[in-house]
Design a protein around this ligand. Structure first.
Ligand code: SAM
Length: 199
């Protein structure tokens, strides 16, 4: 078959359905978890841009019953029926977001994960700028609310600000990796930056 850029019902879609996962994107965080071993039982993890909840399902398994996962998104996340997940509707770019996050969880996060993505306009520069603004907010949260020695994962649309953003990450983390998970759709510009061991 020709190499089609967009395959709505590809093998990851089918596998997600078969495994009861809410989104095929779950396989992306699963791959990152397996490659970098950044999650552990008992951790507290923040998931920014968490709806519909595919990442959350994987993260809950990673941290186990003694861990906590906090998920925020512009749109409501259907209940996951697990005692150790907190979700909230929030705009991460809003002025009151930091206060809302503090109300959800007061302690430091072991890992800050962001799968935040803007609604795309099709205008490359606009979409890239919005993507970097969202990833930048996630990085700010990691700097202010993540614990030293903790980790960071953020999605980004690859564009001309990519190198500058990676340079910012290198100031804050001992090691920075770039990942394009297998489950990424063909033709997609997205990549994930992984910051290991926050300084
Ligand atoms: C690719 S989806 C996340 C999928 C999710 N990781 C999963 O596995 O189910 C990106 C999400 O970012 C959210 N988002 C975009 N801008 C946001 C903002 N300013 N504040 C909060 N969430 C935002 C969207 O509502 C959308 O649900």
């Amino acid at each position: 078959m020709a190499n089609r850029p967009y395959q709505p019902k590809d093998r990851f879609f089918k596998q997600a359905k078969a495994e009861g996962l809410r989104a095929r994107s779950a396989f992306k965080i699963d791959e990152i978890a397996r490659r970098f071993r950044i999650f552990e039982k008992g951790q507290t993890v923040l998931d920014m841009g968490a709806a519909p909840g595919g990442f959350l399902q994987i993260l809950l398994d990673e941290v186990g019953p003694k861990g906590t996962v906090v998920g925020v998104d512009l749109v409501p996340i259907r209940p996951l029926n697990r005692p150790n997940v907190k979700t909230a509707v929030a705009d991460v770019l809003a002025d009151d977001f930091d206060a809302l996050l503090l109300a959800l969880h007061r302690g430091a996060f072991d890992v800050v994960v962001s799968d935040l993505a803007p609604k795309t306009t099709g205008i490359k520069d606009v979409d890239e700028a919005r993507s970097i603004a969202l990833a930048g907010k996630a990085l700010e949260v990691s700097a202010t609310r993540g614990r030293a020695g903790g980790h960071f994962v953020a999605k980004l649309f690859m564009g001309r600000d990519f190198e500058a953003f990676r340079a910012e990450l290198r100031k804050l983390f001992r090691e920075v990796k770039v990942v394009r998970p297998e489950a990424t759709r063909g033709g997609s510009m997205e990549i994930y930056l992984v910051g290991l061991d926050r300084l």
